[in-house]
Design a protein around this ligand. Structure first.
Ligand SMILES: [Zn+2]
Length: 524
């Protein structure tokens, strides 16, 4: 899943390479993992700020990219970015993720924004941020971050993961514990796992064999990052082993081959959090045991797993947010996951925002702009919304969409839609629209879902009783889709907006009435 676009009100993009991000004036690349440079070969434009390691690795992956597109920024460095509209300062901080990976801190008239890229946000990592932004448990920071774009990859994984340092120690111990293994296969082919190879190399005084023919990209990356650990000699005890695909099959084949030759079993170690988060088939009770991370664990295929994570666990994210106390948090990837964090549930609500809050400007929302009036509101849909509501496969045909209405007013574009997609007029593509249909919500409605998030309460039950009303509105629309589809699509919409879908979903009538109430309150 590619990272999210920056809100339209910001003059820069981070890790996104699309027509929309290309329209931004400044571009930032946090690190060289390919899911963060997807599209860069077609939508790159000057300047791209990145560390020199990230630049070198990226040019390695995309050799036709011109080096002159890049501007170097190194860890700890601040750059004053000149912008004809409003200048800003950007500073790079170590993201504790992979070589060259940084978090960017943006400070300007738009506010103070931390974009973590991918990160393992440990306390040490936090301490490197400017002191004024890092509070204590009982004290808020002197200066609050307005926005944190946060890597929530393992944001639902609540177990306490070992630090990278401890995990590397476990890899070393596992090798010590298997002195008979003549060959040790290390599945460390991902950018960010070099530290393990370096440590093995230093501890055992032996370089690592990397098959250049079969793994040229990894070979080139390691040649750039840790050239001293590479061996061209296949008789080396340590071999780099591909993590994908079909690791278990290949591991079993290696074991079978050794046994057929009356050799001792080779040792196959996979240092990754993936197995612990997604694949570990242990019982739920075992999963809760803290000692499951104490040492390497062997699976049924003979692979030894060590929990080496380049992303933060849920605990680490919660801890970081407590200290940073940002006003708003958005998950960079996966979408929406920030809303599952306790800090976000407690502290990030649109109800907290005053009409003159600079956050509105950041999101490029003009509260003074006219709202769609009530009659229109009941039947006007934003193109953004429609595109989000479009079911995959069957559902809306092109013809049906062309009859979907909207006057495509700025005000009908949802707040999160803008923030999420950086929409502008050029994306308002549904022309020749003459037949009004549905309107679901705009910025104020987001507050509604916030209150309704605990669907078991009386509000939730009331909404359930109004589901029929919603169904009526949908039925009256020109879109022929079932109640189930609409419900599912609204849920998707909520998720796309980084907010939890209320259970049950509120009725449209409630949403619209609430919007009116909130609007009056905000503008009074
Ligand atoms: Zn990454």
């Amino acid at each position: 899943m590619p990272p999210i676009e920056m809100p339209k009100g910001l003059p820069f993009s981070v890790d996104t390479w699309t027509p929309s991000s290309n329209r931004k004036k400044h571009h930032f690349l946090t690190h060289a993992h390919k899911d963060h440079s997807q599209g860069i070969s077609t939508h790159a434009s000057f300047p791209i700020y990145a560390t020199s390691i990230t630049k070198a690795l990226t040019l390695n992956y995309y050799p036709h990219l011109n080096e002159s597109l890049f501007v170097d920024i190194e860890i700890g460095q601040s750059i004053a970015v000149d912008d004809s509209l409003e200048g800003f300062t950007v500073t790079a901080f170590d993201a504790n993720h992979c070589p060259g990976a940084v978090m960017f801190l943006f400070e300007g008239a738009f506010g103070n924004i931390l974009h973590t890229g991918d990160c393992r946000l440990t306390p040490e990592c936090l301490q490197r941020l400017p002191e004024k932004y890092v509070g204590k448990i009982s004290r808020e920071p002197k200066c609050r971050l307005d926005y944190v774009f946060l890597d929530c990859t393992f944001g639902t994984f609540s177990s306490k993961m070992p630090s990278k340092h401890v995990a590397i120690r476990q890899v070393i111990d596992c090798i010590w514990n298997h002195p008979d293994a003549r060959v040790v296969y290390l599945t460390c082919d991902l950018l960010g796992q070099e530290e393990i190879l370096v440590s093995v190399c230093q501890t055992f005084g032996s370089k690592i064999f990397i098959d250049k023919e079969n793994n040229p990209e990894c070979f080139q990356s390691l040649s750039l990052t840790v050239p001293d650990i590479i061996s061209h000699d296949p008789s080396s005890r340590f071999h780099l082993f591909d993590g994908y695909p079909r690791l278990s099959e290949r591991a079993e084949a290696k074991l079978a081959e050794a046994r057929a030759n009356l050799q001792p079993d080779p040792l196959i170690i996979r240092p990754s959090a993936q197995w612990f988060v997604y694949e570990d088939v242990s019982s739920e009770a075992y999963k809760r045991k803290t000692d499951r991370f104490k040492e390497a664990r062997k699976d049924q295929f003979g692979i030894w797993h060590v929990c080496y994570s380049m992303h933060s666990s849920r605990d680490e994210l919660e801890w970081a947010l407590r200290l940073l106390a940002p006003r708003w948090v958005v998950s960079t990837t996966p979408e929406c996951r920030a809303m599952e964090l306790g800090y976000v549930k407690r502290h990030c609500s649109y109800g907290n925002l005053a009409p003159n809050d600079p956050l509105w400007k950041l999101l490029d929302i003009d509260l003074k702009a006219p709202f769609v009036n009530d009659e229109e509101a009941s039947c006007s849909a934003s193109p953004f919304l429609m595109s989000r509501l479009e079911p995959s496969g069957e559902g809306f045909s092109e013809k049906e969409i062309s009859t979907v209405s909207s006057e495509a007013k700025e005000s009908s574009v949802t707040l999160f839609g803008r923030a999420r997609l950086g929409l502008d007029n050029s994306t308002l593509i549904y022309e020749n629209i003459d037949k009004p249909v549905i309107s679901y919500m705009d910025e104020e409605d987001v507050e509604v879902q916030g209150r309704c998030a605990d669907g078991d309460g009386p509000e939730g039950r009331q909404q359930e009783s109004k589901l029929k009303e919603r169904e009526e509105i949908v039925k009256n629309s020109s879109i022929a889709c079932s109640r189930k589809e609409v419900g599912e699509n609204i849920r998707k919409l909520y998720r796309s907006m980084y907010v939890p879908a209320p259970k049950p979903l509120p009725s449209l009538v409630d949403l619209l009435n609430n919007r009116k109430r909130t609007k009056r309150r905000l503008l009074s």
